[in-house]
Design a binder for this molecule. Structure first.
Ligand SMILES: Cc1ncc(COP(=O)(O)O)c(C=O)c1O
Length: 409
Protein backbone atom coordinates (compact mmCIF):
# COMPACT_ATOMS: atom_id res chain seq x y z
CA UNK A 1 0.00 0.00 0.00
CA UNK A 2 1.43 3.45 -0.86
CA UNK A 3 2.29 5.60 2.18
CA UNK A 4 0.01 8.63 2.75
CA UNK A 5 1.58 11.95 1.64
CA UNK A 6 3.47 13.81 4.37
CA UNK A 7 1.97 17.17 5.36
CA UNK A 8 4.74 19.77 5.70
CA UNK A 9 4.19 22.19 8.60
CA UNK A 10 7.84 23.07 9.28
CA UNK A 11 8.02 26.34 7.37
CA UNK A 12 10.18 28.03 10.02
CA UNK A 13 12.92 25.52 9.21
CA UNK A 14 12.67 26.11 5.49
CA UNK A 15 10.11 26.66 2.76
CA UNK A 16 9.44 25.04 -0.59
CA UNK A 17 10.76 27.22 -3.43
CA UNK A 18 7.81 28.80 -5.22
CA UNK A 19 7.66 27.56 -8.85
CA UNK A 20 7.50 31.22 -10.01
CA UNK A 21 10.84 31.78 -8.29
CA UNK A 22 12.36 28.71 -9.95
CA UNK A 23 11.21 29.99 -13.32
CA UNK A 24 12.88 33.38 -12.77
CA UNK A 25 16.13 31.70 -11.71
CA UNK A 26 16.43 29.09 -14.46
CA UNK A 27 17.98 31.20 -17.28
CA UNK A 28 20.84 32.17 -14.97
CA UNK A 29 22.03 28.57 -14.66
CA UNK A 30 22.22 27.64 -18.33
CA UNK A 31 21.93 30.57 -20.74
CA UNK A 32 22.95 33.66 -18.79
CA UNK A 33 25.61 31.93 -16.70
CA UNK A 34 28.23 34.71 -16.79
CA UNK A 35 30.19 35.93 -13.80
CA UNK A 36 28.75 39.31 -12.79
CA UNK A 37 32.33 40.52 -12.32
CA UNK A 38 33.31 39.82 -15.97
CA UNK A 39 32.88 43.31 -17.36
CA UNK A 40 34.56 42.52 -20.71
CA UNK A 41 31.76 40.55 -22.38
CA UNK A 42 28.00 40.33 -22.69
CA UNK A 43 27.66 37.24 -20.45
CA UNK A 44 29.19 39.15 -17.55
CA UNK A 45 27.18 42.28 -18.28
CA UNK A 46 23.89 40.36 -18.36
CA UNK A 47 24.67 38.76 -14.98
CA UNK A 48 25.78 42.12 -13.59
CA UNK A 49 22.48 43.70 -14.74
CA UNK A 50 20.48 40.88 -13.13
CA UNK A 51 22.33 41.31 -9.83
CA UNK A 52 21.88 45.10 -10.02
CA UNK A 53 18.14 44.84 -10.69
CA UNK A 54 17.75 42.31 -7.88
CA UNK A 55 19.71 44.54 -5.50
CA UNK A 56 17.44 47.50 -6.40
CA UNK A 57 14.33 45.36 -5.82
CA UNK A 58 15.48 43.86 -2.50
CA UNK A 59 16.50 47.32 -1.25
CA UNK A 60 13.18 48.88 -2.32
CA UNK A 61 11.14 46.20 -0.52
CA UNK A 62 12.72 47.08 2.83
CA UNK A 63 13.05 50.84 2.10
CA UNK A 64 16.83 50.72 1.92
CA UNK A 65 19.28 52.01 -0.70
CA UNK A 66 20.82 49.51 -3.15
CA UNK A 67 24.33 50.21 -1.81
CA UNK A 68 23.10 49.23 1.67
CA UNK A 69 22.52 45.59 0.62
CA UNK A 70 25.28 42.97 0.85
CA UNK A 71 24.37 39.58 -0.62
CA UNK A 72 25.55 36.64 1.47
CA UNK A 73 25.09 32.86 1.64
CA UNK A 74 22.21 33.15 4.13
CA UNK A 75 21.26 34.59 7.48
CA UNK A 76 23.96 32.74 9.41
CA UNK A 77 26.61 34.50 7.38
CA UNK A 78 24.74 37.83 7.56
CA UNK A 79 24.55 37.58 11.37
CA UNK A 80 28.24 36.71 11.62
CA UNK A 81 29.23 39.54 9.30
CA UNK A 82 27.09 42.05 11.20
CA UNK A 83 28.19 41.11 14.70
CA UNK A 84 31.84 40.24 14.15
CA UNK A 85 32.18 42.89 11.47
CA UNK A 86 31.04 45.77 13.71
CA UNK A 87 32.95 44.68 16.79
CA UNK A 88 36.21 43.79 15.02
CA UNK A 89 36.13 47.10 13.13
CA UNK A 90 35.73 49.04 16.38
CA UNK A 91 38.41 46.98 18.08
CA UNK A 92 40.85 47.65 15.25
CA UNK A 93 40.12 51.36 15.01
CA UNK A 94 39.58 52.30 18.62
CA UNK A 95 41.60 49.56 20.28
CA UNK A 96 38.55 48.70 22.47
CA UNK A 97 38.92 45.02 23.31
CA UNK A 98 36.51 45.21 26.30
CA UNK A 99 33.55 46.21 24.12
CA UNK A 100 30.15 45.50 25.73
CA UNK A 101 27.54 43.63 23.68
CA UNK A 102 23.84 43.20 24.46
CA UNK A 103 21.47 40.58 23.11
CA UNK A 104 18.64 38.30 24.22
CA UNK A 105 18.54 34.72 25.54
CA UNK A 106 16.04 33.65 22.86
CA UNK A 107 18.14 34.63 19.82
CA UNK A 108 19.04 32.12 17.12
CA UNK A 109 22.34 30.25 17.51
CA UNK A 110 23.78 32.14 14.53
CA UNK A 111 23.57 35.30 16.69
CA UNK A 112 24.45 33.73 20.04
CA UNK A 113 27.44 31.84 18.57
CA UNK A 114 29.39 34.85 17.25
CA UNK A 115 28.52 36.82 20.40
CA UNK A 116 29.87 34.04 22.59
CA UNK A 117 33.01 33.82 20.47
CA UNK A 118 33.60 37.56 20.98
CA UNK A 119 32.99 37.13 24.72
CA UNK A 120 35.67 34.42 24.83
CA UNK A 121 38.00 36.96 23.23
CA UNK A 122 37.52 39.65 25.86
CA UNK A 123 34.19 41.38 25.12
CA UNK A 124 31.56 41.61 27.86
CA UNK A 125 28.21 40.07 26.90
CA UNK A 126 24.83 40.75 28.50
CA UNK A 127 21.96 38.43 27.50
CA UNK A 128 18.58 39.85 28.44
CA UNK A 129 15.59 37.94 29.82
CA UNK A 130 12.19 37.91 28.15
CA UNK A 131 8.64 37.79 29.55
CA UNK A 132 7.93 34.42 31.20
CA UNK A 133 5.75 31.57 29.90
CA UNK A 134 2.84 32.60 32.16
CA UNK A 135 2.53 36.03 30.50
CA UNK A 136 0.29 36.96 27.52
CA UNK A 137 3.52 38.38 26.10
CA UNK A 138 5.67 35.31 26.72
CA UNK A 139 9.01 35.72 24.95
CA UNK A 140 8.63 39.49 24.48
CA UNK A 141 11.56 41.76 25.31
CA UNK A 142 10.66 44.84 27.33
CA UNK A 143 12.62 47.77 25.77
CA UNK A 144 13.30 49.00 29.34
CA UNK A 145 15.57 45.98 29.71
CA UNK A 146 17.70 47.26 26.83
CA UNK A 147 17.78 50.79 28.29
CA UNK A 148 18.96 49.44 31.65
CA UNK A 149 21.65 47.23 30.10
CA UNK A 150 23.43 49.94 28.06
CA UNK A 151 26.64 51.50 29.37
CA UNK A 152 29.42 53.69 27.94
CA UNK A 153 31.28 50.65 26.60
CA UNK A 154 28.25 49.17 24.73
CA UNK A 155 29.00 49.04 21.01
CA UNK A 156 26.30 46.70 19.69
CA UNK A 157 22.80 45.49 20.54
CA UNK A 158 21.37 42.52 18.60
CA UNK A 159 17.65 41.70 18.82
CA UNK A 160 15.70 39.49 16.42
CA UNK A 161 12.45 40.75 14.88
CA UNK A 162 10.45 37.49 15.01
CA UNK A 163 11.39 34.34 16.88
CA UNK A 164 11.79 31.10 14.93
CA UNK A 165 10.24 28.90 17.66
CA UNK A 166 7.49 30.90 19.35
CA UNK A 167 6.89 33.57 16.69
CA UNK A 168 7.04 36.49 19.13
CA UNK A 169 7.61 39.85 17.42
CA UNK A 170 9.96 42.20 19.30
CA UNK A 171 9.50 45.99 19.64
CA UNK A 172 12.43 46.95 17.40
CA UNK A 173 11.49 50.58 16.76
CA UNK A 174 11.33 51.32 20.50
CA UNK A 175 14.64 49.51 21.02
CA UNK A 176 16.20 51.47 18.11
CA UNK A 177 15.25 54.78 19.70
CA UNK A 178 16.94 53.77 22.94
CA UNK A 179 20.09 52.61 21.13
CA UNK A 180 20.36 55.70 18.96
CA UNK A 181 19.98 58.07 21.91
CA UNK A 182 23.06 56.37 23.36
CA UNK A 183 25.02 56.11 20.07
CA UNK A 184 24.86 52.29 20.06
CA UNK A 185 24.57 50.27 16.83
CA UNK A 186 21.50 47.99 16.55
CA UNK A 187 21.55 44.74 14.58
CA UNK A 188 18.37 42.80 13.89
CA UNK A 189 18.03 39.20 12.75
CA UNK A 190 14.83 39.54 10.70
CA UNK A 191 15.10 36.09 9.07
CA UNK A 192 11.65 34.91 10.19
CA UNK A 193 9.97 38.28 9.62
CA UNK A 194 11.04 39.46 6.16
CA UNK A 195 8.39 38.41 3.65
CA UNK A 196 5.87 37.68 6.42
CA UNK A 197 5.49 41.05 8.15
CA UNK A 198 5.88 44.55 6.71
CA UNK A 199 9.58 45.31 7.23
CA UNK A 200 10.85 48.83 6.60
CA UNK A 201 14.33 49.63 7.91
CA UNK A 202 13.51 53.31 8.35
CA UNK A 203 10.43 52.53 10.46
CA UNK A 204 12.29 49.90 12.48
CA UNK A 205 15.32 52.18 12.84
CA UNK A 206 17.79 49.28 12.71
CA UNK A 207 21.38 49.80 11.54
CA UNK A 208 21.98 46.25 10.30
CA UNK A 209 19.43 43.62 9.33
CA UNK A 210 19.87 39.98 8.27
CA UNK A 211 17.53 37.81 6.21
CA UNK A 212 17.56 34.68 4.08
CA UNK A 213 16.06 33.36 0.83
CA UNK A 214 14.95 29.92 1.96
CA UNK A 215 12.59 31.20 4.66
CA UNK A 216 10.50 33.09 2.13
CA UNK A 217 9.94 30.56 -0.67
CA UNK A 218 13.29 31.37 -2.29
CA UNK A 219 16.39 29.21 -2.66
CA UNK A 220 18.79 28.03 0.05
CA UNK A 221 22.32 29.40 0.13
CA UNK A 222 21.46 33.05 -0.45
CA UNK A 223 20.69 35.84 1.97
CA UNK A 224 21.34 39.51 2.57
CA UNK A 225 22.59 41.97 5.13
CA UNK A 226 21.30 45.54 5.20
CA UNK A 227 24.00 47.95 6.38
CA UNK A 228 22.99 51.57 7.08
CA UNK A 229 24.95 54.08 4.99
CA UNK A 230 23.80 57.36 6.55
CA UNK A 231 23.01 58.76 10.00
CA UNK A 232 25.24 56.97 11.04
CA UNK A 233 27.40 55.16 8.46
CA UNK A 234 27.96 51.63 9.78
CA UNK A 235 31.39 50.24 8.94
CA UNK A 236 32.22 46.55 9.00
CA UNK A 237 35.40 44.51 9.08
CA UNK A 238 34.95 42.08 6.16
CA UNK A 239 34.83 38.44 7.19
CA UNK A 240 35.43 36.95 3.73
CA UNK A 241 38.39 38.44 1.93
CA UNK A 242 39.31 37.82 -1.69
CA UNK A 243 38.45 39.41 -5.02
CA UNK A 244 36.94 42.55 -3.47
CA UNK A 245 33.38 41.99 -4.74
CA UNK A 246 30.56 44.02 -3.14
CA UNK A 247 32.93 46.93 -2.49
CA UNK A 248 35.27 44.70 -0.54
CA UNK A 249 32.68 44.02 2.17
CA UNK A 250 32.02 40.42 1.08
CA UNK A 251 34.29 38.89 -1.51
CA UNK A 252 33.32 35.95 -3.66
CA UNK A 253 31.63 35.47 -7.03
CA UNK A 254 28.04 36.54 -6.72
CA UNK A 255 25.40 33.80 -6.81
CA UNK A 256 23.39 35.28 -9.70
CA UNK A 257 20.56 32.66 -9.84
CA UNK A 258 20.24 32.74 -6.04
CA UNK A 259 20.15 36.53 -5.92
CA UNK A 260 17.51 36.66 -8.69
CA UNK A 261 15.59 34.02 -6.71
CA UNK A 262 15.81 36.00 -3.46
CA UNK A 263 14.56 39.19 -5.15
CA UNK A 264 11.70 37.38 -6.92
CA UNK A 265 10.68 35.53 -3.76
CA UNK A 266 10.64 38.73 -1.72
CA UNK A 267 8.62 40.52 -4.41
CA UNK A 268 5.96 37.76 -4.32
CA UNK A 269 5.81 37.77 -0.51
CA UNK A 270 5.33 41.54 -0.41
CA UNK A 271 2.61 41.43 -3.10
CA UNK A 272 0.67 38.67 -1.36
CA UNK A 273 1.40 39.55 2.27
CA UNK A 274 -1.83 41.14 3.45
CA UNK A 275 -4.15 38.35 2.22
CA UNK A 276 -1.66 35.65 3.12
CA UNK A 277 -1.30 36.83 6.74
CA UNK A 278 -5.07 36.66 7.22
CA UNK A 279 -5.23 33.20 5.62
CA UNK A 280 -2.33 31.84 7.70
CA UNK A 281 -3.68 33.25 10.97
CA UNK A 282 -7.04 31.56 10.26
CA UNK A 283 -5.33 28.22 9.55
CA UNK A 284 -3.17 28.56 12.66
CA UNK A 285 -6.22 29.35 14.81
CA UNK A 286 -8.03 26.32 13.35
CA UNK A 287 -5.06 24.16 14.34
CA UNK A 288 -4.95 25.56 17.88
CA UNK A 289 -8.71 25.17 18.40
CA UNK A 290 -8.65 21.65 16.96
CA UNK A 291 -5.78 20.52 19.18
CA UNK A 292 -7.41 21.99 22.30
CA UNK A 293 -10.75 20.34 21.50
CA UNK A 294 -9.21 16.96 20.81
CA UNK A 295 -6.52 16.85 23.48
CA UNK A 296 -7.76 19.08 26.29
CA UNK A 297 -4.50 19.62 28.11
CA UNK A 298 -2.29 21.59 25.76
CA UNK A 299 -0.39 24.72 26.70
CA UNK A 300 0.44 27.51 24.30
CA UNK A 301 4.16 28.37 24.27
CA UNK A 302 4.84 32.01 23.46
CA UNK A 303 2.53 35.04 23.33
CA UNK A 304 -1.27 34.71 23.26
CA UNK A 305 -2.58 34.54 19.71
CA UNK A 306 -4.52 37.81 20.01
CA UNK A 307 -2.07 39.97 22.04
CA UNK A 308 -1.19 43.24 20.29
CA UNK A 309 1.76 45.61 20.66
CA UNK A 310 1.82 49.39 21.17
CA UNK A 311 1.16 49.90 17.43
CA UNK A 312 -1.89 47.54 17.47
CA UNK A 313 0.02 44.89 15.56
CA UNK A 314 -0.20 41.27 16.64
CA UNK A 315 2.69 40.08 18.79
CA UNK A 316 3.01 36.75 17.01
CA UNK A 317 3.80 35.62 13.45
CA UNK A 318 0.52 34.56 11.79
CA UNK A 319 1.86 31.15 10.71
CA UNK A 320 3.38 30.15 14.06
CA UNK A 321 2.03 27.81 16.71
CA UNK A 322 4.01 26.15 19.49
CA UNK A 323 2.28 23.88 21.99
CA UNK A 324 3.46 21.88 24.99
CA UNK A 325 1.70 18.55 25.44
CA UNK A 326 2.89 17.91 28.98
CA UNK A 327 3.17 14.18 29.41
CA UNK A 328 4.64 13.03 26.08
CA UNK A 329 8.13 13.38 24.69
CA UNK A 330 8.20 15.57 21.57
CA UNK A 331 10.84 13.44 19.84
CA UNK A 332 8.86 10.23 20.43
CA UNK A 333 5.75 11.99 19.14
CA UNK A 334 7.54 13.05 15.94
CA UNK A 335 8.38 9.39 15.30
CA UNK A 336 4.77 8.35 15.95
CA UNK A 337 3.42 10.83 13.36
CA UNK A 338 4.68 9.47 10.06
CA UNK A 339 2.50 11.70 7.91
CA UNK A 340 3.40 15.01 9.55
CA UNK A 341 6.60 17.07 9.23
CA UNK A 342 6.92 19.43 12.22
CA UNK A 343 9.68 20.00 14.75
CA UNK A 344 9.86 19.56 18.48
CA UNK A 345 11.26 21.61 21.36
CA UNK A 346 13.19 18.53 22.38
CA UNK A 347 15.85 19.36 19.84
CA UNK A 348 16.02 23.01 18.89
CA UNK A 349 18.99 22.32 16.61
CA UNK A 350 20.25 19.06 15.25
CA UNK A 351 23.66 19.54 16.89
CA UNK A 352 22.14 20.54 20.24
CA UNK A 353 20.69 17.55 22.07
CA UNK A 354 19.18 19.61 24.93
CA UNK A 355 15.67 21.06 25.14
CA UNK A 356 15.05 24.30 23.28
CA UNK A 357 16.98 27.24 24.79
CA UNK A 358 14.07 29.49 23.77
CA UNK A 359 11.51 27.54 25.81
CA UNK A 360 13.93 27.31 28.76
CA UNK A 361 14.38 31.11 28.58
CA UNK A 362 10.61 31.44 29.15
CA UNK A 363 11.15 29.62 32.44
CA UNK A 364 9.57 26.35 31.23
CA UNK A 365 11.02 23.25 32.84
CA UNK A 366 13.07 20.92 30.67
CA UNK A 367 10.43 18.14 30.53
CA UNK A 368 7.67 20.52 29.47
CA UNK A 369 9.98 22.03 26.82
CA UNK A 370 10.73 18.51 25.56
CA UNK A 371 7.00 17.84 25.15
CA UNK A 372 6.49 20.73 22.74
CA UNK A 373 5.77 20.81 19.03
CA UNK A 374 6.47 23.74 16.73
CA UNK A 375 4.23 24.27 13.73
CA UNK A 376 5.23 26.65 10.94
CA UNK A 377 2.39 27.16 8.47
CA UNK A 378 3.14 28.46 5.01
CA UNK A 379 2.01 29.37 1.51
CA UNK A 380 1.33 25.84 0.32
CA UNK A 381 -0.73 24.70 3.33
CA UNK A 382 -4.48 24.21 3.13
CA UNK A 383 -7.33 23.58 5.57
CA UNK A 384 -7.11 19.88 4.82
CA UNK A 385 -3.42 19.88 5.91
CA UNK A 386 -4.51 21.36 9.21
CA UNK A 387 -7.17 18.70 9.67
CA UNK A 388 -4.62 15.96 8.92
CA UNK A 389 -2.27 17.54 11.49
CA UNK A 390 -4.97 17.63 14.20
CA UNK A 391 -5.78 13.97 13.57
CA UNK A 392 -2.16 12.94 13.46
CA UNK A 393 -1.13 14.73 16.67
CA UNK A 394 -4.23 13.43 18.49
CA UNK A 395 -3.56 9.84 17.42
CA UNK A 396 0.15 10.12 18.25
CA UNK A 397 -0.46 11.57 21.71
CA UNK A 398 -3.12 8.95 22.51
CA UNK A 399 -0.79 6.17 21.40
CA UNK A 400 2.09 7.46 23.55
CA UNK A 401 -0.18 8.06 26.55
CA UNK A 402 -1.51 4.52 26.32
CA UNK A 403 2.00 3.15 26.00
CA UNK A 404 3.10 5.33 28.96
CA UNK A 405 0.19 4.13 31.14
CA UNK A 406 0.96 0.50 30.26
CA UNK A 407 4.60 1.03 31.22
CA UNK A 408 3.49 2.85 34.38
CA UNK A 409 1.28 0.07 35.56
C1 LIG B 1 15.87 33.47 13.28
C2 LIG B 1 16.86 32.79 12.40
N1 LIG B 1 18.05 33.36 12.20
C3 LIG B 1 18.99 32.82 11.41
C4 LIG B 1 18.77 31.62 10.78
C5 LIG B 1 19.83 31.02 9.89
O1 LIG B 1 19.47 31.18 8.55
P1 LIG B 1 20.23 30.45 7.35
O2 LIG B 1 19.73 29.06 7.32
O3 LIG B 1 19.85 31.26 6.14
O4 LIG B 1 21.69 30.54 7.63
C6 LIG B 1 17.54 30.97 10.96
C7 LIG B 1 17.29 29.64 10.35
O5 LIG B 1 16.81 28.73 10.98
C8 LIG B 1 16.56 31.59 11.78
O6 LIG B 1 15.37 31.02 11.97
Amino acid sequence: MPLPPVVYLDNHATTRVDPRVVEAMLPYFTEEFGNSGSASHSFGKTACDAVGQSRDAVAAHISALPREIIFTSGATESNNLAIRGVVERQQRQEKKSRAHLVSVRTEHHSVLGPLQRLAERGCRLTLLDVEPASSDRAGWLDPEQVANALCDETVLVSVMLANNEIGVVQPLSEIAEICHDRGVILHCDATQAVGKLPVDVSVLGVDLMSFSGHKLYGPKGVGALYVRSRDPIVRLEPQIIGGGQQRGRRSGTLNTPGIVGLATALELCVQEMSDESIRLAALRNRLWTGLKERLGEVALCGPALDTKDAHSDLLRLPGNLNVALGDVDGEALLLAMENLAVSSGATCASNDPGPSHVLLALGMDADLARSSLRFGLGRFNTESDIDVAIESVTAGVKQLRQFGSKLGG
